[in-house]
Design a protein around this ligand. Structure first.
Ligand code: HXC
Length: 257
């Protein structure tokens, strides 16, 4: 498959997607989001891929939705065509997706990173929802996912003022899982993805589903669903292998990858 706005590579069992519109700091336009969806579809259906990494450049993960493309839009068409309705494709990916963020992750860029399962950031990362400075509000989950990630106070301040968070503040607040040295960010994200891709895939996918349930379900429903998923894993050969390997003091060789 050929792509114009992203670079797509396979690194062993890891699918790597690099946002690639350097002239606009990876501003997310419709073409890029369609290509991102196609790349995710391809990795989802490829049995040999166990985890996906999305990254940008050193200077920008993505500086937001493409303002120049949005500028002329009018309400009836945005509503009729459900503008950005297809941008949540990442959230429907069942395999894990890691965001590796260096530089700007603003507006839709911050929202895209937050749609991933977790964010690794370089010390240069800057997260923000500057939409308010353009006379709009976040439209791809920013007011919701940022609030879940960092709490109401910080999310509200960021959405009302457009203030950015640097990597350290983002890590303290729980928006990013870890800060990784700039030059090593993508390789560390790939190493982390390889580690995940080496686990039993049904267990990985159920863990992802169950953690995500924490944002959607009550504690009672979430823990009951978790327990049922946990029970179901005892039907897999990988549970037998994982526990036998522990008892025999060796590394497990999982079959369901
Ligand atoms: C279109 C963009 C862009 C964007 C940067 N560029 N961000 N083009 N849409 N979101 C372009 C600039 O116009 C410029 O093009 C080139 O990228 C380099 O940017 P500069 O501004 O010259 O770089 P710098 O001075 O380093 O400033 C970096 C920056 C600034 C602070 C990130 O570019 C900026 O504020 N960008 C906009 C950030 C923003 O408001 N994002 C939210 C968008 S709204 P030229 O041709 O001049 O060289 C949004 C809505 C989401 O995301 C809701 C639905 C998804």
């Amino acid at each position: 498959m050929t792509y114009e706005t992203i670079i797509v590579e396979k690194r062993g069992r890891v699918g790597l997607i690099v946002l690639n519109r350097p002239e606009s700091l990876n501003a997310l336009n419709e073409a890029m989001m369609v290509e991102l969806g196609r790349a995710l579809d391809a990795f989802e259906s490829e049995a040999n891929i166990g985890c996906i990494v999305i990254t940008g450049s050193e200077r920008a993960f993505a500086a937001g939705a493409d303002i120049k493309e949005m500028q002329g839009k009018v309400f009836p068409a945005t509503y009729r065509d459900d503008f950005i309705g297809n941008w949540d494709r990442v959230t429907r990916t069942r395999k894990p997706v890691i965001a590796a963020v260096s530089g700007y992750a603003l507006g839709g860029g911050c929202e895209l990173a937050m749609m991933c399962d977790f964010i690794l950031a370089s010390p240069t990362a800057k997260f923000g929802q500057p939409e308010i400075t353009l006379g709009i509000i976040p439209g791809a989950g920013g007011t919701q996912r940022l609030t879940h990630a960092v709490g109401k106070a910080k999310a509200m301040e960021m959405c009302l003022t457009g203030r950015n968070m640097d990597a350290e503040e983002a890590e303290r607040a729980g928006l990013v899982s870890r800060i990784v040295a700039s030059g090593d960010l993508v390789e560390e994200a790939i190493r982390t993805a390889e580690k995940i891709a080496d686990m039993s895939m049904p267990a990985v996918m159920m863990a992802k589903e169950s953690v995500n349930n924490a944002q959607e379900m009550s504690l009672t429903a979430g823990t009951r669903t978790e327990r049922r998923l946990f029970h179901s894993l005892f039907a897999t050969a990988d549970q037998k292998e994982g526990m036998a390997a522990f008892a025999e003091k060796r590394s497990p060789q999982f079959k369901h990858k």
